[in-house]
Ligand binder design. Structure first.
Ligand code: IMP
Ligand code: MG
Length: 221
């Protein structure tokens, strides 16, 4: 049975990296009160953890956008489904994203926000799939460089599933997941046998979860 998914970034790696990002943001914005803008829905999990590592009087806001088809086809044009509640004119805006892939969606969103005349606008992205970038984009705060694989967990979904996984999984067999989108559900249910070990716990970070019997078990790489 070929592996379907493996842990790419474990919860402990994510926690540590967010601590570092929070520290950097706290230092850079000293004396200011930035508004952190999360792009729904994927960015919300990251935002929730990130703000608790920032020692500044911040505020948060959410924007929900929908693409016209695939990013490349739409050239990043988006429709705003839910706009910000706050006026970002004269504010320091930090856009918090789960993942930047082609960058088309985000660069369009930035141009929309720039038209509202904020004092500054920067991006904090947990994952940066820079090899797939089409729209040039400066990501001031980057969590991890992400390989060109489909990832789920920690806010990232496949067909609205798996956002609540505490780890970020790389999906190796995307066609298997497309054929059965619930294939990784046993992992969500928290079967201890399904949960790959924490990185640094004496096991490889890239342990694989794959279907064995009713749950998932580990494969040594
Ligand atoms: P792009 O940068 O305009 O191509 O689009 C980025 C958006 O596509 C992200 O905010 C995610 O919602 C979604 N996305 C891109 N890559 C992945 C992935 O590997 N897993 C889940 N969602 C992804
Ligand atoms: Mg997103």
């Amino acid at each position: 049975m070929p592996p379907i998914a493996s842990v790419l970034f474990g919860r402990e790696d994510i926690r540590r990296r967010i601590e570092e990002l929070g520290r950097a943001i706290t230092g850079d914005y000293e004396g200011r009160a930035p508004v952190l803008v999360s792009v729904l829905k994927g960015g919300s999990v990251f935002l929730a953890d990130l703000i608790r590592e920032i020692r500044l009087p911040i505020s948060i806001d959410y924007i929900s956008i929908s693409r016209y088809g695939a990013a490349a086809e739409s050239m990043g044009r988006v429709r705003i489904l839910k706009d910000l509640d706050q006026d970002v004119g004269g504010r320091d805006v930090l856009v918090v994203e789960d993942i930047v892939d082609t960058g088309l969606t985000l660069s369009y969103l930035i141009s929309v926000l720039e038209s509202r005349r904020p004092t500054s606008i920067e991006v904090c992205a947990l994952l940066d799939k820079s090899v797939r970038r089409i729209a040039p984009l400066e990501i001031r705060y980057q969590g991890f460089e992400c390989p060109d694989v489909f990832v789920v967990g920690y806010g990232l979904d496949f067909d609205e599933r798996y956002r609540n996984l505490p780890d970020i999984l790389a999906v190796q067999d995307i066609s298997a997941l497309m054929a059965d989108p619930d294939l990784l559900v046993p992992y969500v249910l928290g079967d201890p046998e399904a949960r790959p070990a924490e990185p640094g716990a004496g096991r490889s970070q890239n342990e694989v979860v794959g279907p064995v019997g009713e749950g998932y078990s580990r494969f040594e790489p």
